[in-house]
Structures are given as structure tokens and as C-alpha cells.
Write a protein that binds this ligand. Structure first.
Ligand code: PFF
Length: 452
């Protein structure tokens, strides 16, 4: 087994480590996806299930990624090549790199929508009813030029940060953005709590009705946990390659999972009181944020300010997540293909611009172009979320649980672990049994082999 590389960049501070890890986890998954999934799946019961999966499966898989990344000190592809007894494990690295580029492409389209909505918040939405917002969103998303230009603009923002490198770019930006995000979220929550139907909104979010739970709901809750924690594609393996030997992995993963869940819950506290107050439908689906909220904002006093803040928040959260997706392939290009950081960044962003434009156009002129019956956007989403991510997460968990020496995993988990030391054994058990079995069920259901 090769020793970790020397002279590699490292995140400078403990706060930096938390900021970049939470920055990766917190994104559209929490603020856009969680509320509409919870809205469509009965609210509180979905949230409780999601929390269960975050802590019982998400935390062990995250620890597995941290152990692999920190011990190997390299990118996701080399990590497996160095640590695995058989070369076949290298496929996990390629799965991660492929998934990261696919997710980056469609995620940038939605992030581009948030940029359009920051602009619209200031310039005006051109209507105030939910129907007007629905029509205006459809007209925007199905146009060819604007969504594509916003996708490219969003990726250029990524380039500006990524080209600056690990300490100067990613860590500095995350240190500023993440605390700012919390401040804006909390201010927004307080505002929502004073809405006339805040109580109904909060009841929907916090009072579980387990009769609403179906097998599908369970699967969606687990899928949400994976997507939201950025697990299964090696993003956290790559980041952990920049952790110092003193970074406590168990504490970092527990803190990340807790903060990530907190942001999702805060997003729910912001959105559901507003949805009930303005008589909107919680199960509006993926359009919830882009169609329902602007209608709500336009009726609120000070709506321009709240709307601008909300979409700015969503944009910032997306940015810190896409930076971590990009870093997966950039680290590989730099370490293994010996590219300069600038060149690697250009290549990553260039590929994402090409594929992202196709995804953006799939709502417009490429809408008729289908792969296995799906638009390009939906196909990228399906392949990454339903296939690559669960398969990657399961293999990562099996790798850490069964292939790596237990003493190595235990040592990595126990460094600076303090009172979390006892958890190491439980985490290894979850890596070996609980996580792989659960993920396998999700995957088989996701591709339709098991009918639930
Ligand atoms: N966790 C991010 C979110 O919730 O928006 C999405 C994500 C980021 C997925 C980074 C994968 C990844 F590597």
C-alpha cells in the first residue's frame, strides 16, 4: 500500500474543513429539493425518515469517504488504485468522476435559474398570482437562450473560484459564504414564523402522519439523504485528501450531517408557513421554489428584499456544492494526468458548459430529443442519482468495511475522536452491513428490479 503523497495542499483551519464540507452538503438539495420532496411525501413523516437515513447510513458512508480520502491523500481515482488489493476497485473512482460531471451539468441549469430569479426579484416578476408565476417560469425555462446563458454564467462563477486553488479559492469562499448563509436563513425563518398560517405550516412539517408512508416514500427519503450529504461519488474522498492528520473525522461527519439537516429543516420552516398562508399546494413538486415562492413574495410586504435574499441564498448554496463536484475531476486531472490547476479547471468547466447547455436546451429546442424516453436533463439526473450515486455509495461502504484493514479504519476514525471513540465500532458495523444492504434495496428499487 502506497503512502499518502507529500506536499499536497491542505485546508488551513478546522473551521475551513467544516465550512467546505458543509458547503458541499448544503445546496439545492436542502433548499430546493428537500421542501418539495417533503411537500409531496407528507411532510413530517418524510422528514423523520430522512433524518434516520442521514444518521444511520449517511454518517457511516461519509466516515468511509473521509477515511479513504484522508489516508490516501489523493483524488478519488488514485485513492482506490493505491489502497485496493485489486485494480478493479478503480472503477469506483471512475463512477465518481462520471457522476460528478453529470450532476454538475444539470445542477448548473437549476443554479442558473436561481440567477435569473435574483434578477427577476429586483426587476419584477411581471405578475403576482401563482398561475402567472407558473406561466412565466415555463416561458423562461423553455426559452433557449436565457437558461443556457445563465448556466454558462453560473459555471464561470465556479471557474473564478476553482482556478484560485484549494486554500485561496475554496476555503476562503466557503468561510465567508457558509456563515452568511446561516444568517440569511435564520432571518428568513423569523419572518416566516410571524406569518398568519405559520402554525399550519409547522404542523405539516413537524407533526408526523405515518399513514402517509409508503415504500416509495422510504426510498425517496433515503435518496434525499444521499444527494443532500454529497455521498457516493467521492466528493468527500477528494476533500478529505486535503484534511490534516488532526482533523477528527467522526466529529466532522456528525457536525456536517447535523448542519445539513438543520438547513433542510430551516428551509422547510421558511417555505411551509408561507405556502399555507398564501393557500398554495405543498406538493407542487420541483417547481415549488420557482413558481410558488415568487407568487408569495410578491404579496409580502418587503417582498423584493425577501425574494432577492432567498434566491441569492440558493445561488450561494449551489455554488459551494458545485465547487466540490468540480474538485472531484480537477483533483484527478491534476494528480494523475499532470495538468496545471488552471488547465484542469478549464477542462472541467468546459465539459460542464457543453453538457450543461444540452441540459438547459432540453427544456426548449432539444425537448423532443429523448434517451430511453427521458430528456437529456432527466437522463443525467436519473443516471447519476438512481444509478451511479447508490452504486458508488454502496461500493465505498463495502470498501471501507471489508477491504481496508479494520485497524486502519479504526485508527483514522479515532484520531482526535475524544468521546466519539466508542462510535468507531458501531460505524464500522454500519459500513459492513447496514449501509450496503439498505443502499442495495434503494438501487434495485430505483432501477425497477424490486417493485415496492
Ligand atoms: N449535496 C448537494 C446538495 O444538497 O445540493 C449536492 C451535491 C454536491 C451532490 C456535491 C454531490 C456532490 F458531490
Amino acid at each position: 500500500m502506497t503512502q499518502p503523497q507529500e506536499h499536497r495542499a491542505q485546508f488551513a483551519t478546522r473551521l475551513g474543513v467544516v465550512a467546505v464540507t458543509v458547503g458541499s452538503a448544503v445546496g439545492l438539495g436542502n433548499i430546493w429539493r428537500f421542501p418539495y420532496e417533503a411537500g409531496a411525501n407528507g411532510g413530517a413523516a418524510f422528514m423523520l425518515l430522512n433524518l434516520f437515513f442521514v444518521f444511520v447510513i449517511g454518517v457511516p458512508v461519509m466516515c468511509a469517504e473521509f477515511v479513504i480520502g484522508r489516508h490516501s491523500g489523493t483524488n478519488v481515482r488514485s485513492a482506490f488504485r493505491r489502497m485496493a488489493p485489486v485494480q478493479a476497485w478503480g472503477i469506483v473512482g471512475y463512477i465518481g468522476i462520471a457522476a460528478s460531471i453529470l450532476i454538475l451539468s444539470f445542477y448548473s441549469v437549476v443554479a442558473g435559474w436561481t440567477m435569473e430569479y435574483i434578477y427577476r426579484s429586483i426587476a419584477g416578476f411581471g405578475g403576482s398570482t401563482a398561475t402567472a408565476m407558473h406561466n412565466s417560469f415555463d416561458a423562461f425555462a423553455s426559452g433557449n437562450v436565457r437558461p443556457t446563458l445563465w448556466t454558462i454564467a453560473f459555471l464561470l462563477c465556479n471557474y473564478a473560484i476553482l482556478a484560485r486553488g484549494v486554500e485561496k479559492g475554496i476555503e476562503k469562499v466557503s468561510n465567508i459564504l457558509m456563515p452568511l448563509l446561516f444568517v440569511i436563513l435564520i432571518a428568513f425563518c423569523i419572518h416566516s414564523l410571524f406569518m398568519p398560517k405559520a402554525r399550519e405550516g409547522l404542523t405539516f412539517l413537524f407533526h408526523p402522519d405515518f399513514s402517509k408512508i409508503s415504500a416509495r416514500t422510504v426510498l425517496s427519503a433515503m435518496g434525499q439523504a444521499f444527494f443532500s450529504l454529497s455521498l457516493g461519488l467521492g466528493g468527500l474522498i477528494t476533500y478529505a485528501g486535503y484534511f490534516s492528520k488532526k482533523t477528527p473525522l467522526v466529529k466532522t461527519s456528525l457536525l456536517t450531517a447535523s448542519l445539513d439537516s438543520l438547513v433542510a429543516i430551516l428551509a422547510g420552516v421558511i417555505i411551509f408557513p408561507a405556502v399555507f398562508t398564501y393557500g398554495q399546494e405543498p406538493a407542487a413538486g420541483p417547481k415549488l421554489v420557482f413558481e410558488v415562492l415568487p407568487a408569495i413574495f410578491s404579496e409580502m410586504s418587503g417582498g423584493v428584499v425577501w425574494s432577492t435574499l432567498f434566491f441569492l441564498l440558493l445561488f450561494l448554496a449551489s455554488l459551494t456544492s458545485t465547487i466540490s463536484m468540480s474538485e472531484i475531476s480537477i483533483a484527478w486531472f491534476c494528480d494523475d494526468l499532470h495538468m496545471t490547476r488552471r488547465r484542469a479547471t478549464r477542462l472541467n468547466i468546459g465539459i460542464a458548459m457543453a453538457l450543461g447547455s444540452l441540459c438547459a436546451l432540453s427544456f426548449g429546442c432539444l425537448g423532443g430529443f429523448k434517451i430511453f424516453g427521458m430528456t437529456i436533463f432527466d437522463f443525467f439526473d436519473y443516471v447519476s442519482s438512481n444509478v451511479l450515486l447508490p452504486v458508488g455509495g454502496m461500493l465505498i461502504s463495502i470498501f471501507a468495511g471489508w477491504v481496508l484493514k479494520k485497524s486502519l479504519v479504526r485508527r483514522e476514525l479515532e484520531i482526535s475522536a475524544g468521546h466519539t471513540r466508542r462510535l468507531a465500532g458501531a460505524l464500522i458495523f454500519c459500513m459492513q452491513y447496514v449501509a450496503p444492504v439498505c443502499i442495495l434495496v434503494v438501487f434495485l428499487a430505483g432501477i425497477g428490479i424490486i417493485k415496492l
